[in-house]
Ligand binder design. Structure first.
Ligand SMILES: [Zn+2]
Length: 557
């Protein structure tokens, strides 16, 4: 493993709040990974920020009769607060409307321009004569030439995931006026992706053929085999970062050119704040760069941005891009525009203090290898029959028995039975098993391995029945409780990446030595005899049918 990690999570687009699909696909897995690496003593920089340019912002502003700045300020604040309240452990959350970002993105463009990394092309583009506006990206809607979806956008078809040029659309219509656009000549800068084909083939399809996820490799392969074409990196728009070279008047950088550079500008802002140097996080070969994204961003993070980094020359490339598939909601595709979503800021209002429940459900059912479905019934079941009935029940039994029979002072163990030894052996193996899964980006399986440890503790107590033995064999009960407490302490440590709020509460209840971490669990002696436990508290609460009915009602209204 490397010493230093730069972890990025896809920049949320500021035309709406965060929903569970974003969380399951990107932010929860990225946060598990970042928290885990920090626990292993790695130097981690976990970066994100708001993506604030692009046509969808100007369109939203136009629709709501406000300025683009008002749109981005509104959603940036909602998004940032919901991430804070939810407990995503970014080291820095920036925004692409910042001065540092504008300067950084312009510097990238100027450097690449000076090094002849672009081509210019004068072409006929779709133009809305009524609105006096060139139409690109989301300003134009039409039929996808690849799959026939009738509502494809000028930059991408959300049905088949194909990346498109506006002029590829069949029967295009202006999203501004609804008119059929005309063609008008304009000149733009293009990134000739065809020049990077050999590099991309050998870097991804050969060097990473066995460590990248198959869904990611599949998309990259199909892109390359379709033939990489020059891609415009500028637009005829007013909202965005001005093109900083001669001839760039009234043009801005394409949002997908500037957005990933946002990871770098956010790093610079973080470094200034911390008095650190930003360069090692992006230019030192001993840094591992990992991009967490959803499958709709694969082309930008595996083809376009790496080509930009390669062109710049002195940047590292991502070590992995563990993109997830999509999460559906109650069997239907999540949609911001159709308001078919569970919004994070609303969830936090309805279920305050239940951040970990949502984290757990989204991880246990993560869309890692295929699209998955979130249902409120599953949410309730995972909470009631796993978090409450297994994890919570185990800890509760330990705390209650310890209080009742030992006033919370850990008793010394007596001779161990085969069951005790087997339990200890499983506890000792757990951190390595969980670690291996996390390091392979298998967060879903890792979370189940963590729950398996809680199940082990719960079953151990149920089988050994210390509450019955206390009258006849108190020596045996001392051994059982001593052993169960080691499992509880191990759980307080290995659950932290998945359930950070719970882990913290549990550590406090056990008064666990703060110096104890991941690498101490296997040694087994996490809690010594004579140690005084803290006050018991409830880790999880049952979620009743009424609360679920309210959520289902909310969706159908
Ligand atoms: Zn399509």
């Amino acid at each position: 493993m490397s010493k230093r990690y730069t972890i990025t999570a896809a920049l949320p687009y500021t035309n709406g709040p965060i929903h569970i699909g974003h969380l399951a696909g990107v932010y929860v897995p990225a946060d598990i990974y970042a928290r885990y690496l920090r626990m292993r003593g790695k130097e981690v920089l976990f970066i994100c920020g708001s993506d604030e340019h692009g046509v969808a912002i100007s369109m939203k502003a136009k629709k709501e009769g406000i300025t683009p700045k008002e749109v981005i300020d509104k959603y940036h604040n909602i998004i940032k607060k919901s991430f804070d309240d939810f407990g995503i452990s970014f080291n820095y959350y920036g925004r692409t409307s910042s001065d540092v970002h504008r300067e950084t993105a312009q510097e990238f463009f100027k450097t690449m321009h000076a090094n002849d990394c672009f081509e210019t092309q004068t072409t006929e583009q779709l133009y809305d004569a009524k609105e006096n506006q060139f139409l690109a990206d989301r300003y134009v809607v039409g039929t996808c030439p690849k799959c026939g979806h009738p509502e494809a956008y000028g930059d991408q078809c959300e049905n088949c995931g194909s990346s498109l040029n506006a002029t590829d659309l069949i029967d295009p219509k202006s999203a501004l006026s609804g008119e059929t656009p005309s063609l008008k000549t304009t000149t733009h800068w293009y990134l000739p992706l065809d020049r990077y084909e050999d590099f991309l083939r050998s870097w991804i399809l050969e060097s990473h053929k066995s460590d990248w996820k198959t869904n990611v490799l599949g998309q990259v392969k199909s892109w390359i085999e379709d033939g990489l074409k020059p891609r415009a990196v500028t637009r005829d728009l007013s909202w965005g970062i001005p093109v900083p070279v001669a001839g760039g008047e009234n043009k801005v950088l394409y949002v997908w050119f500037d957005a990933p550079i946002g990871y770098i500008s956010a790093t610079k802002e973080w470094a200034t704040q911390e008095g650190a140097d930003w360069k090692p996080y992006w230019q030192d070969k001993n840094t591992e760069l990992v991009h967490f994204i959803g499958k709709d961003n694969i082309v930008f993070h595996c083809i376009i941005f790496p080509s930009v980094l390669k062109a710049m020359g002195n940047y590292i490339l991502p070590e992995n891009v563990p993109a997830n598939e999509f999460l559906n909601l109650e069997g239907q595709k999540l949609s911001t525009s159709k308001n078919w979503a569970v919004w994070l800021h609303e969830y936090l209002e309805d279920f305050p203090e239940k951040q970990d429940v949502l984290r757990y459900v989204l991880t246990a059912n993560a869309p890692e290898t295929k699209d998955n479905d979130f249902t409120w019934n599953d949410f309730q079941t995972r909470n009631n029959s796993e978090l409450v009935a297994i994890f919570g029940n185990f800890i509760n039994r330990v705390m209650v028995l310890m209080k009742k029979h030992y006033e919370g002072v850990v008793p010394p163990p007596n001779s161990l039975t085969k069951t005790d030894e087997a339990t200890q052996k499983k506890l000792a193996a757990a951190p390595t098993e969980i670690a291996q899964l996390i390091e392979q980006y298998k967060f879903r399986a890792a979370s189940q391995e963590m729950m398996q440890l809680a199940r082990l503790g719960n079953k151990y107590l149920a089988d050994e029945e210390p509450w019955k033995l206390i009258k006849t064999d108190p020596d045996r009960v001392a051994t059982i409780m001593h052993t169960a407490l080691q499992v509880a302490a191990g759980l307080a440590i290995v659950s932290e990446p998945f359930l950070p709020h719970t882990a913290q509460k549990l550590r406090k209840m056990l008064k666990l030595n703060e110096a104890l971490g991941w690498d101490n669990v296997s040694a087994l002696h996490l809690i010594e005899s004579g140690h005084q436990l803290g006050e018991a508290g409830l880790l999880f609460e049952k979620i009743e049918d009424d609360a679920i009915a309210v959520q289902l009602e909310k969706l159908s209204s």
